[in-house]
Design a protein around this ligand. Structure first.
Ligand code: ADP
Ligand code: MG
Length: 487
């Protein structure tokens, strides 16, 4: 299966992570008592009908009820809490520039916080003067303090950094009557319980608390009973995913594992894939090896600096990198659209980790491939996997796979990095404008555009990338010159 290489520019700007196969119900948003402006904004985002979690969570959440919602990634949670949260913002406060913080969204990772913040900004496009600030670790605290000085109506971030701000008194949550715990189970897994307690302790007792979690273990129950008032419980059953994923397993040898990986790629011939490894060192080795063999790859592991991590992901999402080689920890929580294939360079010890890995493919009604390589001595790991996925215990030798020796994976796009971002008021439309029109780059050659605080990233069809780079270097964006380079 091939994923379209060419991304429609308008669509990309409207919806950076839009998944056309996302399951939706038949109920339009107009079933809800939403202001017209919100409805027309949702329409402009191409949100026609609600997703199941939105259909169930929005009515009680709009009435101010506390909720525990069990739903997995990609189910549309952000709008499920974002719409009620935005509508409950107090208008008087919004008019005053130094707006008090009225809502807090806690997320387990920086990536998720960034995604939530950008989705909230999109949902608030029609509302004037709403400031959403992200506060996460991994970057220096100074600029964050600066952006808080002018007030932030909505704060999105990770518990550790938010607690730091509270301690420094650079953030005041005493008027924040909306609290969202996004992916709460993961925050507990990551040891954020104490930080969460001390943060929630600084919020008003009278507030709305919406808790989202993919699982519902005892510690989530306990968290809810401490911080919520008679919450309504909502559970969205996820369909069993493995049925749509074709799983195969091949025996390899220590000395031929790398070559066998190439053989697998030349057998399945997909345009994009994620390759899982068990260690950081292995991800680096595999990515380097693949890259030398014209299988364009980048490693994603815990040793990377935050900015490097972000840029690897951007390049992968922009389709300017074909293969992501990742450890499990680094891949946790990534919002990557369903991929045509997942490859296990090594099998994880734990069957649950395996299940998690292969869930990256075959999502939302699309079929996917999972291919695992293992040495004979790793066979013990298979038993539980076969059991859990009800698979025939079928194992072939990797060197029997038919390979198309000419096949390689060079990316369809090239990402350009512009040294100006949200803080410079650079918006996607400005970049698109600087490239198209007189500059002569066709709109269809421009793909996704991502804007962070200090940088912007734009994806271009490869054949237009050099020309686009020249146009951006010699031209202006918003009347200003910015440094631009290939990422
Ligand atoms: P989650 O937080 O559950 O992982 P998100 O809120 O990030 O999911 O939503 C996943 C993607 O689906 C986002 O790109 C979002 O813009 C899109 N989306 C959300 N709700 C709808 C909808 N009702 N119709 C179409 N797309 C939607
Ligand atoms: Mg989310």
């Amino acid at each position: 299966m091939l994923i379209a290489n060419r991304i429609d520019a308008t669509h990309a700007i409207l919806a950076p992570f839009f998944d056309p196969e996302m399951p939706v119900t038949t109920k339009p948003f107009s079933f809800l008592p939403l202001p017209d402006a919100m409805l027309s904004n949702l329409e402009s985002l191409n949100y026609q009908t609600m997703t199941p979690i939105q259909e169930q969570a929005l009515p009680p959440a709009l009435q101010g009820q506390d909720l525990i919602a069990q739903a997995k990634t990609g189910s549309g949670k952000t709008a499920a809490f974002g719409i009620p949260l935005l509508l409950s913002l107090n208008h008087t406060n919004r008019r005053n520039r130094r707006g008090q913080t009225q809502a807090l969204v806690l997320c387990p990772t920086r990536e998720l916080s960034t995604q939530v913040a950008s989705e909230l900004r999109r949902l608030a496009r029609h509302m004037e003067n709403i400031k959403v600030v992200t506060l996460c670790g991994g970057v220096s605290i100074g600029p964050q303090i600066g952006s808080l000085e002018f007030g932030a109506h909505i704060v999105v971030g990770t518990p550790g950094r938010i607690k730091d701000h509270l301690r420094k008194r650079t953030l005041d949550l005493s008027h924040a009557e909306n609290l969202v715990l996004d992916e709460a189970d993961r925050m507990l897994d990551m040891g954020f319980m104490e930080d969460m307690e001390s943060i929630i302790g600084e919020m008003p007792k009278k507030r709305q608390t919406l808790l989202f979690s993919a699982t519902y273990p005892d510690n989530i129950r306990a968290l809810s009973s401490r911080f919520q008032h008679t919450p309504q419980f909502i559970k969205i059953e996820s369909e069993p995913e493995q049925t749509r994923i074709q799983q195969s397993f091949y025996l390899t040898h220590k000395s031929s594992r790398m070559e066998d990986l190439i053989r697998v790629l030349q057998h399945i011939q997909v345009s994009r894939a994620i390759v899982f490894c068990n260690t950081r060192q292995m991800t680096a080795d595999v990515a380097e090896f693949l890259d030398q063999r014209r299988f364009n790859a980048l490693a994603l592991h815990g040793d990377l600096e935050q900015r490097e991590r972000d840029e690897v992901l951007i390049r992968f999402k922009h389709q300017s990198c074909s293969i992501l080689v990742a450890t499990d920890v680094a891949a946790r929580g990534l919002d990557i659209e369903a991929l045509p294939a997942v490859i296990n360079m090594e099998l994880p010890r734990d069957a649950e980790v395996y299940t998690h890995r292969i869930g990256r493919t075959g999502r939302a009604g699309m079929s996917g491939l999972s291919v695992s390589l293992l040495e004979e001595k790793e066979q013990y790991k298979l038993e539980r996997i076969f059991e859990e996925h009800d698979l025939p215990a079928n194992l072939d030798q990797a060197d029997t796979l038919k390979a198309n020796a000419g096949f390689c994976m060079l990316p369809a796009c090239q990402t350009l990095k512009i040294a100006g971002g949200r803080k410079d008021k650079v918006r996607p439309g400005d970049i698109l404008g600087a490239l198209t029109g007189d500059a002569g780059i066709p709109g269809t050659a421009v793909g996704k555009i991502d804007i962070s605080d200090f940088s912007a990233y734009v994806s271009l069809d490869r054949e237009h990338a050099d020309k686009a780079l020249g146009r951006l270097i010699n031209g202006k964006i918003k009347g200003r010159k910015f440094k631009v380079r290939k990422l």
